[in-house]
Design a protein around this ligand. Structure first.
Ligand code: FAD
Ligand code: FMN
Length: 541
């Protein structure tokens, strides 16, 4: 038996793990979170599919497993019986490319496990994405394992007249009330504050995970093109252990399945294209689709240029190759589950309301097709009174409760979100001393993207702003930090035991550059001390 274990933050590793599981004989795919790590020394073969998150960090689901592997007195030969390979998912635009997978590989080797196939590290930045490395690694893998010839199904379905419990947004704790535009009306970038009725307890620094739904119009078009009746109900039966079966209700209407669970808004994966190549009715379509899913550099390029880079969604691809009636069980097998998006809560708890600060993702592809982000567009289309599915979780940042603890916050763009809630809380607590609450905010233009301008200018805080494109020479928050090094040094030295520095935001390079300037201001040793004591925290996306 081969164990395929995945560690994921946003679901990509899970897809690759299932793809491997589909082809291998006697393979079990599971989340690393569900794996009993005490059995690791007895396992014969394990395939790890692991993504990196944060700043070169392990994803949350692998942390317990990783802590176990790091136990200092584990004997050097603990894993001598184990054969393994790691496939890493990462993005080389982050400074710590594929760190999680690389660290895991090194530790397994240290504990005497043997690599039965060379590990490999996929890169989102490659023109053909993660698949470029995956295809090569997978080819090596199948040479060393027994493979399946027929396509393995994870889920079987049965039509049913039994109606299940309508699960979903009816039980929501979050009811949309209104939104307020934060970027200037005439500006092409749209950023909003979204407000929801909510009496759930939360703290500053917490995150609201929002699960979007496919738009009704898209669902109708999708069902129509596949001749599916949304009013019919189906019963799902697990054929092979998988995550989807755990997350989708056993009895569900087809309408609900494609509105709330399976993602038809994002581009389909290559397995979906492979299924299409089998069910497309016209020969010319079959041929084109077969080329697109071939495990060759040319096949990858075809898929990436037509589907992925153009962000064609599942319906659009089906439309171009109709008629193509993929059976329902294969649709369930191949489509990704809709995944939640995380948003920093940008309000202080009051028992009634919760707010978010969200930038609408909107851009055009190489062929000029306008695209909007799935979740930010879903939020943009909410109507008053609409319930959303969400949950509150702890983020990686935590704020001081006492007013006397000084804090230096760096939050350009929507990175300011958690600080708005925190400042609101300090205002409620009666904060007067501006020197205790310092904020560095930045964006492109003062007159278009100075979010929460009045609130920030009127609150008892010390505010530094950097508007990068308002002058010829670009000015960013890191420049403002350096300009104010004396103030920063004074505050940190006088309060070394409790001062907090928190950095949040969207840019991939910003956290590294900000850290660099803090190093220049405070010295390497002080910065390392603050990090070690969790007084220097970063949350970027
Ligand atoms: C801890 C945490 C906190 C967060 N807090 C906030 C917050 O407070 N506010 C906020 O707005 N967001 C926040 N985010 C980001 C948020 O979770 C979503 O990722 C974001 O809203 C985009 O989701 P979406 O579904 O709209 O876009 P998706 O449909 O997921 O699309 C995003 C993808 O589109 C592609 N893309 C985007 N722009 C372009 C472009 N110009 N050209 C080509 N491709 C492009 C990229 O591949 C990108 O990954 C946070 C994320 C994390 C992890
Ligand atoms: C918030 C965030 C932080 C990331 N940090 C890193 C990183 O430090 N190093 C890296 O190589 N990739 C990083 N990535 C890229 C992811 O590893 C990559 O997108 C991967 O496909 C995600 O896989 P998953 O969906 O299984 O979590 C990051 C992605 C996000 C969204």
């Amino acid at each position: 038996m081969i164990q395929i274990l995945f560690a994921t933050q946003t679901g990509n590793s899970e897809f690759y793990a299932e793809e491997v599981g589909r082809h291998l004989e006697k393979a079990i795919v599971s989340s690393i979170e569900d794996f009993d790590f005490l059995t690791l020394p007895e396992q014969k073969r394990v395939i790890f599919i692991v993504s990196t998150t944060g700043d070169g960090d392990m994803t949350t689901d692998i942390l317990k497993f990783w802590q176990f592997l790091l136990i200092k007195d584990l004997p050097k030969e603990s894993l001598i019986k184990l054969e393994f390979t790691v496939f890493g998912l990462g993005d080389s635009s982050y400074p710590k490319f594929n760190y999680a997978a690389r660290k895991l590989r090194s530790r397994l080797l240290q504990l005497s496990a043997k690599e039965f196939v060379p590990s490999a590290f996929g890169d989102e930045q490659h023109p053909c994405g993660i698949d470029t490395e995956f295809v090569i690694w997978f080819e090596n893998l199948v040479k060393k394992c027994e493979t399946q010839t027929s396509i393995q199904q994870y889920i079987k379905i049965e039509q049913t007249d039994t109606y299940g419990q309508q699960k979903g947004v009816q039980q929501s704790d979050f009811e949309f009330t209104n939104k307020k535009r934060l970027s200037a009306e005439q500006h092409d970038k749209e950023t909003y504050q979204y407000n929801f009725k909510c009496n759930k307890l939360y703290e500053c620094g917490d995150i609201l995970c929002v699960k979007p739904r496919n738009q009704d119009k898209l669902v109708s078009q999708f069902l129509a093109i596949l001749n599916l009746d949304g009013n019919k109900w189906v019963k799902l039966e697990e054929q092979k252990q998988n995550q989807k079966s755990k997350k989708i209700p056993k009895i569900i209407s087809i309408q609900q399945l494609f509105s709330e669970f399976l993602d038809i808004t994002s581009p389909p994966n290559r397995y979906f294209i492979k299924l299409m190549s089998q069910y497309a009715e016209r020969d010319i379509h079959k041929q084109k689709l077969t080329e697109m899913c071939a495990q060759t550099p040319e096949g990858l390029e075809e898929y990436y240029s037509y589907v992925y880079r153009e962000k064609r969604n599942v319906y659009e691809v089906l439309y171009d190759f109709q008629p193509c009636f993929i059976p329902l069980e294969f649709l369930i097998d191949s489509l990704k589950l809709i995944r939640e998006r995380q948003y920093s809560i940008s309000s202080a708890y009051d028992g009634e309301q919760i707010s978010l600060t969200v930038a609408l993702v909107s851009y055009t592809t190489g062929k000029n097709r306008p695209i909007k982000g799935f979740c930010s567009n879903y939020l943009d289309n909410l109507v008053h009174g609409q319930q959303i599915e969400g949950k509150i979780i702890k983020g990686t940042i935590a704020f001081p409760k006492q007013l006397e603890i000084p804090i230096i916050m760096v939050g350009p763009g929507t990175g300011v979100a958690p600080f708005i809630g925190f400042i609101e809380q300090r205002v409620k607590q009666g904060a007067k001393n501006k020197e205790k609450t310092i904020l560095f905010f930045g964006s492109c233009y003062e007159n278009k993207e100075f979010y929460y301008k009045e609130f920030l200018q009127e609150s008892a805080i010390t505010l530094f702003t950097a508007f990068s494109r308002d002058q010829q020479k670009k000015i960013y928050v890191q420049h403002r930090i350096l300009e104010n090094r004396d103030l920063i040094n004074k505050i940190v030295r006088e309060n070394a035991q409790n001062v907090m520095i928190i950095v949040t935001g969207t840019s991939k390079k910003m956290p590294t550059q900000v850290e660099q300037v803090f190093k220049e201001c405070l010295g390497e040793q002080m910065l390392q001390e603050l990090k070690r004591r969790k007084q220097y925290l970063v949350e970027c996306w």
